[in-house]
Design a protein around this ligand. Structure first.
Ligand code: AMP
Length: 562
């Protein structure tokens, strides 16, 4: 997303000086397209139906008018404290992000605006005291908000003035349609509503009919992913599973992939397989998946955004298709049918990692497994090249994934009027010297090791989750308390795999690879650049360095010691 220059800068929108100060502190010079359109209209009190993808700056597009509304409403003498605004989000992770964003923007009026995060704790009872204090804004999933309304720990009928539905298409895709409909019965007759959605599907239109009153429709001309000068997208067709692992090993171990990366896989088992494989090479990575407790997941994301980890292996599971039109069919029944299935497997149905989360400072997205749809591809790849940072996406495909990859390539080409996914020019011959080690590492990561790792991590994270709870109660500002990238060690780690001796480094990279690794570790991630969404990857903006291979044939590497 490039913040477009517009005649209406933030300072001309009539925003409270405390909000303008927060915007300046975040380093935002100009409003993005959606902000420029939405903020003035929302401040006039209009209902909005806005098409805005994650990464477009949509959170601030509704948060700034929301905060301004609250400051105005509370400006008079002896105004009663009440829940005036409700933000509905599709997942706990996204809720946490929205809360973080609201708190950042309200940093200079924090005493006047209290934000309640119903996504942070899983226990209804634990959230009751917070709600009893009548926070100004409540952020939660429709299911959680409805549960509180039903339990009478939250009442909105006489106080709600502003309702936001964030990522409305995902709210419906995640099966919250019926909850939203039930929730509307608890709202007053008149309130302002802002609906943000990446797409205007028929289901979103149906929701619009239900929730919005004569809305202004906003569709800033924006492609779903940034252009090729900001986001470079590559695909590599691999011959075998081993080639995939070999390439990953080379990318990370030889420092070919610079900066921090998200590695997406399709299943839980693959998530741990990859984590354990990297562990074999002494590369720490955290796992993120629906089996982990919500508090740990949110903590992992926060720590990643603070620059504590370089690599995050995320499982992007298929969202079960749930018919979503709220008024015409009984999605509650369907959702109930889907949710227990997920829960039976220990998964959280409110997990949505690739979707909508603002992972900051991500230089590259690596689709280790090909996503099953173009939507899923866009959600994953949209985690890099955020705001005005450059980014790179690389998708690795096995022969049985070629078809899915071709579908994505065709869809993107059609959408952009030109081919978008470039072949990643890479010769595996150059890295043959690493194959022996890669095979060795893969052999150590047995099915049993993966199973053990999965159990161990979940057990540890459940304990962590309790520790996090009590620790944060005492130290609300301390988020560095636990790490999530510790080795799991169910497989034997061979120390020799950690170090790549010079004779295994491809000739074209000798002298570069190690220096890069050292440099990367030193990359700072602090100050204004982090506040703006992270430090810019250095150099060309393309963290993937193709080998200079074309003219020369690789020297045969010496046979590695057995
Ligand atoms: P969102 O689409 O709300 O998830 O925002 C995506 C990213 O853009 C976040 O990291 C924001 O901090 C950043 N952002 C939001 N508004 C602006 C702006 N006007 N200028 C630069 N970055 C922004």
């Amino acid at each position: 997303m490039a913040a477009e220059a517009t005649p209406a800068g933030f300072e001309h929108m009539g925003l409270d000086p405390r909000l303008l100060r927060a915007v300046a502190e975040l380093g935002w010079a100009t409003p993005t397209a959606i902000q420029a359109q939405a903020i003035p209209l929302a401040l006039e009190g209009r209902d909005l139906l806005a098409r805005a993808r994650t990464g477009s700056g949509k959170t601030a597009a509704y948060s700034l008018p929301l905060l301004q509304h609250l400051l105005r409403a509370k400006a008079g003498p002896a105004v009663a404290q009440a829940v005036r605004a409700l933000v509905l989000v599709p997942s706990k992770e996204l809720g946490q992000q929205v809360v973080g964003s609201l708190r950042q923007l309200a940093a200079f009026c924090a005493r006047d605006v209290r934000v309640a995060d119903l996504c942070a704790q899983s226990d209804l009872d634990a959230q009751r005291p917070v709600l009893m204090e009548k926070p100004d804004v409540v952020v939660g999933t429709p299911g959680r908000v409805l549960a509180h309304l039903g339990a009478r720990s939250l009442s909105l009928r006489s106080s709600l003035e502003l309702l936001v539905l964030d990522e409305a298409d995902l709210l419906l895709a995640f099966g919250f349609g019926d909850d939203i409909r039930a929730l509307l019965c608890h709202l007053p007759k008149i309130y302002q509503a802002l609906l943000m959605s990446a797409t205007f599907s028929p289901d979103v239109e149906a929701l619009n009919e239900l929730v919005l009153h004569n809305p202004v429709r906003l569709c800033p001309p924006e492609p779903r992913l940034p252009g090729s000068c900001q986001l470079r997208q590559f695909a590599l067709r691999c011959g075998t599973e081993e080639d995939k692992f070999l390439l990953l090993c080379a990318l990370l171990k030889l420092g070919l992939l610079r900066g921090r990366a998200l590695l997406f896989v399709g299943t839980l088992a693959r998530c741990y397989r990859l984590k354990l494989f990297l562990e074999q090479f002494g590369i720490p990575a955290c796992a993120l998946n629906s089996e982990l407790p919500a508090r740990s997941r949110c903590h992992v994301i926060t720590q990643f955004n603070r620059g504590l980890y370089d690599y995050l292996v995320a499982t992007d599971e298929e969202v079960p298709a749930v018919p979503a039109v709220p008024s015409k069919q009984p999605p509650r029944r369907k959702r109930k049918a889907a949710a227990p299935a997920a829960q039976r497997q220990g998964k959280d149905p409110e997990y949505g990692v690739a979707r909508g989360i603002d992972f900051q400072n991500v230089a590259a997205v690596l689709n280790f497994d090909v996503p099953t749809s173009v939507e899923s591809y866009i959600h994953r790849v949209g985690r890099t090249a955020r705001a005005d940072n450059p980014g790179t996406a690389l998708t690795l495909a096995l022969p049985d994934e070629y078809e899915a990859l071709a579908r994505i390539e065709d869809a993107l080409a059609e959408e952009n009027g030109q081919s978008t996914l470039q072949p990643y020019k890479f010769s595996t011959e150059e890295i043959e010297s690493l194959r022996y080690r890669c095979r060795d590492a893969m052999r150590s990561v047995t099915k049993q090791a993966v199973k053990e790792a999965r159990l161990r991590e979940i057990k540890e994270e459940l304990l962590n989750s309790e520790k996090l709870k009590s620790h944060f109660e005492d130290n609300p500002r301390d988020l560095h308390v636990l790490r999530h990238d510790r080795p799991l060690h169910p497989a034997i780690v061979k120390p020799e795999l950690r170090h790549v001796p010079d004779y295994l480094v491809p000739p074209s990279l000798r002298g570069i690879a190690k220096t890069d690794l050292k440099k990367r570790r030193r990359l700072p991630c602090s100050g204004a650049s982090r506040r703006r969404g992270g430090s810019r990857p250095r150099g060309t903006g393309n963290p993937l360095q193709s080998f200079k291979y074309a003219q020369r044939r690789a020297r045969r590497p010496p046979v590695p010691p057995s």
